[in-house]
Design a protein around this ligand. Structure first.
Ligand code: BTN
Length: 257
């Protein structure tokens, strides 16, 4: 059971997570917040589900997470906040918030994989799916969905990157309330910083991405491209160096060669 009182004691934010909705089972926390129902209108709303029946991953994959053991939640950002920010930056900042929370609370070294996977020792501990709802030509809502493996110790299925959890890494039970509060505290701070100093946040992201300079493969739908991970640009897109040219990559899965 998720202890709301403990979570509330640890939460230090002004906006993010102040409207907190907890549910036992749901299709997908992302889909629910994107639908824009009345109770989910406030910017900063966080919806946490113990179990998602149709949890979504990037590129139409499914996100599986055992009931009650991990964290599967989404954060809603609405117009007032997002007009000042770049959605790609928000996406990168979310992965930074998770990685920093793991390092702060458990002193485990994390690595970021573009665009937003969090790895420990080349194994995936968290994934993020950022989705938007658009009205006319304007983004109306941004939903940042985060799945982080905390206390699950067995994973079944096929994975791009082998999964891990904090319990596997630390051989100890992980406090979900503390972790969620820490992630949200970090995320709010990063969002504020994104407004005033986006370049510094991009640099923080770069520092945690050990693949920059490495030979990588990008799979974009069924196209596979190999090159050197040159950098990310000011918008957070990946720059792939191939022969003499640098190609901007908007979507795709990165893997090591
Ligand atoms: C990925 O690595 O492919 C992204 C996984 C994102 C999973 C989270 S769990 C909470 C939120 N709701 C969803 O349906 N997906 C995201």
């Amino acid at each position: 059971m998720f202890d709301l009182e403990i979570f509330d004691m640890k939460l230090e934010t002004e906006v993010i997570g102040r409207n907190f909705i907890y549910c036992d089972e749901i299709g997908s926390t992302n889909s629910e917040l994107l639908a824009g129902k009345q109770q989910y209108k406030k910017t900063g709303t966080v919806l946490l589900a113990e179990k998602q029946l149709a949890g979504k991953g990037r590129k139409d994959r499914t996100w599986h997470s055992a009931k009650g053991l991990n964290l599967t939640f989404s954060v809603l950002l609405t117009k007032d906040l997002i007009t000042k920010l770049n959605v790609n930056h928000i996406n990168l900042a979310a992965s930074l918030a998770v990685a920093t929370a793991i390092e702060n609370l458990y002193q485990l070294k994390t690595e970021l994989k573009w665009p937003n996977d969090v790895l420990i020792d080349k194994k995936k501990v968290a994934g993020i799916l950022t989705e938007t709802s658009i009205r006319g030509s304007k983004i109306e809502r941004v939903v940042i969905g985060i799945g982080i493996n905390l206390n699950q110790i067995a994973f079944h299925g096929e994975f791009n990157f082998p999964p891990t959890s904090l319990k596997i890494e630390l051989k100890d039970d992980i406090d979900r309330e503390n972790m969620l509060a820490e992630i949200l505290n970090n995320f709010e701070e990063l969002l504020l910083d994104l407004e005033s100093k986006p370049k510094a946040i991009l640099n923080e992201w770069r520092n945690k991405c050990q693949m920059i300079g490495d030979k990588i493969t990008i799979t974009e739908n069924d196209k596979v491209k190999t090159g050197i991970f040159h950098d990310i640009d000011d918008d957070g897109f990946l720059l792939l160096k191939r022969a003499d040219s640098i190609e901007k990559i908007h979507f795709g899965d990165v893997s090591f060669v």
